[in-house]
Design a binder for this molecule. Sequence first.
Ligand code: GAL
Length: 418
Amino acid sequence: MSRKSRWFTLVSLLAIVVLLMAACAPAAKTNKLEMFSWWTAGGEADGLNAMYDIYKKTYPGVEIINATVAGGAGTNAKAVLSTRLTGGDPPDAFQLHAGLEVEKYEPEKYLQPLDSLYASEGWDKVFPKDLISLLKYKDHFWGVPVNIHRANVLWYNKQIFQDNNLTPPATWDEFYKVADALKAKGIIPLVIGTKEGWEAGHTFETILAGTLGAEGYKGLWTGKVQWTDPKVTQALETFKKVMTYANSDYAALTWSDAAQYLVDGKGAMHIMGDWTDGWFTSKNYKGYGWAPVPGTKGIFDALSDSFAAAKGAKNQENLMNWLKVAGSKAGQEAFNPKKGSICARTDCDPKLFNAYLQSAMQDWAKDAIVPSVAHGAAAVEKWATVYKDILTTFVTQGDVKAAQDALQQACKDNGVCK
Ligand code: GAL
């Protein structure tokens, strides 16, 4: 070997050593954490802030960038997030529903698997089994669950019910009677807002679950039950009739605008998830009662918010610490009473929760659990989106056959129905 080539070999070896050292060195410490969500309304923001407070106390040097894109159920946030992930500019952590929603973000490409964090934090032991299996996708954990929400709640204004000697309806036939009585008094029986394009789908999934039962409803998402089933026709007919008792300005309202009708005593009932409990609490409104959506007693239509970690996150250490807070008992006990949800963990202290949330805890422990489609649990996002669009059109057009055909077609397009 000539002197020149020996020299080259030596320099190349040195370069390789330097590169290896750089690759193995711990990531540089940073002083920021960017956390992305769609939680801007009432109790949602309050809950998130309560968890931020714990993080700030534990990691005082870190500044939290609270990146939010408003819009219920992530209507706007999910699109922004996709662009950021695929464009190589991800937030560190972001809100992600437990379940099939994760497929949208191509986790193997854009997300960090969290299996080792689950193992080191012992999370496989403190989250319920059903939730654990919902969280696993392609054999990995991609998100840390912070809560369990219930979708099938009928909220009502207690004063209106009392003044009119009414009790909350347990079946749709009872609902029609109650609604007729309210209508006769000039009170809007049911308030709904469909402005953001997911609320009609949300309402309908609760009617579906009640009409088909827990097993039948689950079968719609696995192909065991076809969307051509007469019970689906019945559920659509019910929804159509229910809408005849709704406020006429529904297309202009969000879920919280609709909930405001209850606060103002202008509407009697509202079907929505229990973030409404957090929202009422943030408004200091105490005049609400709750019941399962008619026909769904014994069924818990569930969803769970989790936080995921982006691959290539700029603040890796801070991100991992944030996930630890999110999965911790202290983090969840601070977050959930304000958010209007129950802990994903099984060891939270019920005494920290209000009467509604305590009732949700009891139901979660004994009811049949079904996955929400409007909130990412039951189906991949592209199917859920078509489903929501079909229902938003249905409330204005009321064409049962067109909606049912489109629902079956969507199931086929996603390879689940024959
Ligand atoms: C859900 C989410 C809840 C709540 C709700 C309304 O999708 O899981 O935490 O934010 O949307 O925005």
